[in-house]
Design a protein around this ligand. Structure first.
Ligand SMILES: Cc1cc2nc3c(=O)[nH]c(=O)nc-3n(C[C@H](O)[C@H](O)[C@H](O)COP(=O)(O)OP(=O)(O)OC[C@H]3O[C@@H](n4cnc5c(N)ncnc54)[C@H](O)[C@@H]3O)c2cc1C
Ligand code: FES
Length: 260
């Protein structure tokens, strides 16, 4: 049984337009978390009492890193966190991205905006195994890119307006890359739902396994409220929905049906 624990903000820096990177010292979570897992952050005095879920973007000693975009009330509060601020967290929650035992597999990470967060953590784990992944990261424009340089991966940056890196969507450039691939690939993806739906329209060769980290509104985070249900076509979920907080957030893309 997981319990809410208290973390301490050690840094909280703006890294791009409306995007921040926070370091939270929380040894219990830092010790055991895996790439793809997330934490629920609780805000006292909030009008909406639900916690907010955030992927763990990396681990540094006793701390976890959270890469977040300011989009509403609670992420605005987070952007004002000062060093020493105490944070209530529950985690690590959910499942994780995995490294295959097949050593010949190549890893590709595909991120839209702050969807880079769980993939940064996965990249760190791959690097520990001496694997350098291809890391595609896309945004509408340069100021929305959370990463522009990375010596731990072969980074491919795209922007819709061409203000940084390759011009066009990250999916378009990934499709070009895919045309020249002959070996088996583990593709690991996190981004907004339209990007995930676009992936569904690509006809992938059989040697590509696609793991996607999904975002849904999370309430309890423990599989109790059914608020984060997604359609999953595997036998395991026959007659009921899969839950992003408990069964995910990482799923095989071929098993997921997105709402039209
Ligand atoms: C498993 C999981 C991991 C996540 N990891 C990260 C992360 O690492 N970094 C990060 O920045 N965000 C992440 N998110 C999304 C994050 O939880 C939301 O952005 C956050 O809850 C917004 O809180 P808020 O109070 O600022 O916005 P709210 O006031 O709750 O919402 C403001 C507006 O944004 C919309 N909105 C809320 N959530 C989302 C969403 N997920 N996508 C698009 N629009 C939304 C609302 O409908 C509303 O219109 C993750 C979500 C999930 C489910
Ligand atoms: S958030 Fe309650 S079941 Fe997933």
């Amino acid at each position: 049984m997981k319990c809410v624990t208290i973390g301490t903000v050690r840094s909280n820096q703006k890294v791009a337009d409306q995007i921040f990177l926070a370091t939270i010292e929380v040894p219990d979570i830092a010790r055991q978390c895996l790439p793809g897992q997330f934490v629920n952050i609780y805000f006292s005095g909030s009008v909406k009492l639900f916690p907010r879920p955030f992927s763990i973007a990396s681990v540094s000693g006793k701390s976890i890193l959270i890469l977040y975009k300011v989009i509403g009330s609670q992420t605005t509060l987070m952007s004002r966190w000062q060093i020493g601020h105490q944070v209530k967290l529950l985690g690590p929650l959910g499942n994780n991205f995995t490294i295959s035992e097949n050593k010949s597999i190549k890893y590709v990470l595909l991120a839209g905006g702050v969807g880079a967060a769980p993939l940064m953590f996965f990249r760190d784990e791959l690097v520990k195994e001496n694997i350098k992944p291809h890391f595609f990261i896309g945004a509408k424009t340069k100021s929305e890119l959370p990463i522009i340089e990375d010596d731990k991966s072969d980074l491919i940056v795209t922007t819709d307006d061409g203000s940084k890196g390759l011009k066009g969507t990250v999916i378009e450039h990934f499709e070009d890359f895919l045309k020249n691939i002959r070996h088996s690939i583990s593709l690991n993806v996190c981004g907004p739902e339209p990007m995930m739906s676009a992936l569904k329209n690509i006809s992938f060769p059989d040697n590509v396994t696609i793991n996607v980290s999904l975002e849904k509104t999370i309430a309890c985070g423990l599989g109790l409220c059914q608020g984060c249900a997604v359609k999953n076509t595997t036998d395991k979920f026959k007659g009921h929905y899969a839950l992003v907080c408990k069964d995910g957030p990482v799923f095989n893309l071929k098993d997921i049906e997105f709402d039209e």
